[in-house]
Design a protein around this ligand. Structure first.
Ligand code: GLN
Length: 282
């Protein structure tokens, strides 16, 4: 039998940007222990069956599969979420959208819509932080709606719900105090789609037309009819799309338009407030 230390040292992940971390996550999961266990007990022997499972997972990681999909789970905000190949794997960058949304409205009762909810990450993070909000997550992919609902049930969040919708289509006549979305925003020809983890994620969650703005345009165009007076729209977008998204928001009649930067210093989230006056003033 091999020790924890030995297995980690021999784990060979040449193409991963984070080889040591990946190996630790996979071995801790194979052992069904927290990662801290590995550092506390480096000399401990690993049962053969566990070592075999670890070896099989390493082989999948070597073939490029993201750790989150190998383990079927990913941490986001304070939550642990089930993830699947049908949706985007929640990213740390998207926590900026959650933070922004939490600052835009008071903690009192409000209706919030998360478009393209995928695993439900944004909707569930908001529901967990704001018990008085009613958060609806929508996705046009059935498997995503089911996945988000499983995550909701496991987390026991009664103030979130999920339904099938292509952007605003299922919400005719309904208005929300806040609409958030992390839509697909990568340009179809972007070479980054052929590299790393995104190769294992669905194009439906990543790609949005020639300039990556197709879905952002649709959401911004549809938002005024679905926002309560003074309601906010907050959107994640690509690092180089801030100016375009601010322009689209202003053209659609949004006021107080601003952009926030992610931890890497890139423009990542833009938002604005819809008021009848700003709409009429154009
Ligand atoms: N930020 C993600 C990436 O670049 C894309 C997420 C998205 O399209 N919404 O991999």
């Amino acid at each position: 039998m091999a020790t924890i230390e030995h297995l980690l040292k021999c784990a060979d992940l040449p193409d991963s940007p984070t080889p040591r971390l990946d190996a630790e996550w996979l071995l801790a999961a194979a052992l069904d222990k927290p990662a801290s266990y590995l550092r506390t007990w480096p000399e401990r022997e690993v049962p053969a069956e566990t070592a075999e499972r670890f070896a099989a997972w390493l082989a999948r990681r070597r073939a490029g599969e993201p750790v989150a999909l190998i383990l079927g789970r990913q941490g986001f905000w304070s939550l642990e979420l089930e993830v699947a190949p049908d949706t985007l794997i929640p990213r740390p960058d998207t926590e900026l959208l959650v933070e922004t949304a939490l600052q835009l409205l008071p903690a009192t009762a409000a209706g919030v819509l998360d478009l393209g909810t995928g695993s439900g990450a944004i909707a569930l993070a908001l529901a967990s932080e704001r018990p008085a909000w009613q958060v609806t997550g929508a996705d046009r992919i059935d498997a995503a709606v089911q996945l988000a609902e499983r995550n909701r049930q496991r987390l026991g969040l009664a103030n979130a719900s999920f339904r099938k919708s292509d952007w605003f289509d299922a919400f005719a006549g309904r208005r929300f105090q806040l609409v958030v979305s992390n839509p697909p925003y990568i340009a179809a020809a972007d070479p980054h789609l052929a590299q790393g983890d995104v190769r294992f994620e669905p194009a439906s969650a990543l790609v949005a037309g020639a300039d990556g703005l197709d879905d952002l345009r649709r959401i911004i165009a549809g938002a005024p009819a679905h926002l309560a007076p003074g309601g906010w729209l907050a959107l994640e977008h690509g690092y180089d799309q801030g100016e375009a998204v601010r322009g689209l928001l202003r053209q659609a009649g949004f006021a107080d338009v601003q952009t926030r930067r992610d931890l890497g210093g890139q423009e990542r989230v833009s938002y604005g407030r819809y008021s009848k006056e700003s709409g009429d003033a154009r």
